[in-house]
Design a protein around this ligand. Structure first.
Ligand SMILES: *Cc1c(COP(=O)(O)O)cnc(C)c1O
Length: 415
């Protein structure tokens, strides 16, 4: 017996429940490299279809950039495929340390420690830096991996209302007697593309003697005038104590993450972080390709500038077309539809029109806040964006939602 009938039945019923609630997520098989133009097999077994990808985290269009791919090939030849070790035994190549140095210089911090993912970085950082005498106060909408990381540490956990600085201040006052206070936030929140007010957060942290941790996964490489991240965008480079971020989004999109910040804090993570000590080192090809990514984005702001222009253009055109989009400046553009079924139907119809986007609904966003999350990329040319806008208009007309606000869409389709 593999496992008992009771467990099997339970899992099967859970899956039926997920399907009945319209919440079942299906994978779509991409048969090409990642990019603006991709080919997709969906549903499984269907003929491959050419579509424009509008939902990747490929912000800078580096995922399949020829120079990055070449650096991976060269790295494979020069450094081999695997390291078969964790970092501290025999898993550190010179390239790993070089990448840590380049990330440090780019992010404007003191030191950096690589992880297999940002999820791992977040799983590491709280446990090492905080103990039972401390408190971590997090924005209520931080990424799941920040929440999971906090759960692994012994500090008291509390939260403040999303980007509500008055509430954060109250919490900092309330925990004045703790040994350390750490404020944790995403730099950019992935569902709305809204930007944490890091200038105000740093002010409060100074006033109440707190540390600031920013998960900048949706910002590293393109937010701010030279792409350093949300801290640059908000004018607080050097004032954020610890940044966690990923190479799995703008920075090439393969994998890998890091903790970057105050020297002794990072060094302590190198000594004690469990995902660092007990999980395999980042693969050499990922490291050598990431080094090339750092060179590309350090030499010129061309790609982040193009991303900024693409974002502005798409936001303006979609607003003019009558879509209900969350305002902002980030390449994450939430097209609000509120109803989960509507979000899925619109996404499916857009796919038929050759535009690959995904409906987001509970539990990824709160119930009644379903949406299509478009993500712009520097890989998009104006023709891509114009095609996407035209398709959105056509489908928006079909469902009669152009020009409608939240209340009217909900009146028409329900939550
Ligand atoms: C994507 C993301 C992560 C996870 O990064 P990985 O490197 O893929 O594990 C963590 N935090 C935030 C805010 C993210 O957006």
């Amino acid at each position: 017996m593999v496992y008992g009938t009771a467990a099997r039945e339970f899992y099967q019923n859970e899956l039926v429940g997920i399907r009945n609630d319209g919440l079942f997520k299906e994978e779509r098989y991409i048969v090409t490299p990642q990019g603006a133009d991709i080919e997709v097999e969906f549903p499984e077994g269907a003929p491959v279809k050419k579509v424009i990808n509008m939902c990747a985290n490929n912000y800078l269009g580096l995922s399949s950039h020829p120079d990055v791919v070449k650096a991976a090939h060269d790295g494979l030849k020069a450094k081999g495929y695997g390291m078969s070790s964790v970092r501290f035994i025999c898993g550190t190549q010179d390239a790993h340390r070089e990448l840590e140095r380049k990330l440090t210089a780019f992010l404007g911090t003191e030191d950096t420690l690589l992880f297999a993912s940002c999820m791992d970085a977040n799983a590491a950082v709280f446990e090492v830096t905080l103990g039972p005498e401390d408190v971590v106060i997090a924005d209520r909408l931080v990424h799941a991996s920040v929440i999971d990381g906090i759960k692994l540490c012994d500090a008291q956990y509390d939260s403040y209302k999303h980007m509500d600085m008055k509430h954060l201040e109250k919490k900092l006052q309330q925990f004045a007697d703790k040994r350390f206070r750490m404020v944790a936030t995403d730099g950019v929140f992935s569902m709305d593309g809204d930007i944490a007010p890091l200038d105000e957060i740093c002010e409060l942290a100074d006033k109440y003697d707190a540390m600031v941790l920013v998960d900048d996964s949706h910002a590293s490489g393109f937010m701010g005038k030279t792409g350093r991240g949300t801290h640059e965008h908000c004018g607080v480079v050097g004032r954020v104590d610890v940044i966690t971020t990923t190479m799995g989004k703008a920075l090439g999109g393969a994998s890998g993450g890091c903790i970057s910040g105050r020297a002794e804090l990072v060094e302590l993570c190198r000594q004690r972080a469990r995902p660092y000590l007990f999980s395999n080192t980042v693969a050499p090809v990922v490291v050598t390709a990431s080094l090339k990514v750092m060179d590309i984005i350090s030499e010129t702001t061309e790609r982040r500038d193009k991303l900024e222009q693409n974002t502005l253009y798409f936001r303006e055109q979609m607003t003019a077309a009558g879509f209900d989009i969350r305002p902002g400046v980030h390449p994450i553009v939430p097209i609000m539809l509120y109803n989960a079924q509507l979000a899925q139907d619109v996404a499916r119809d857009l796919y038929e029109e050759g535009i690959y986007v995904i409906g987001f609904f509970f539990p990824v966003v709160p119930k009644g806040q379903a949406r299509i999350r478009v993500q712009l990329s520097a890989a998009h040319e104006k023709e891509h964006i114009d095609k996407a806008i035209a398709a959105f208009k056509k489908i928006g007309e079909k469902y009669g939602i152009l020009g409608l606000g939240k209340k009217e869409i909900i009146d028409k389709y329900g939550m």
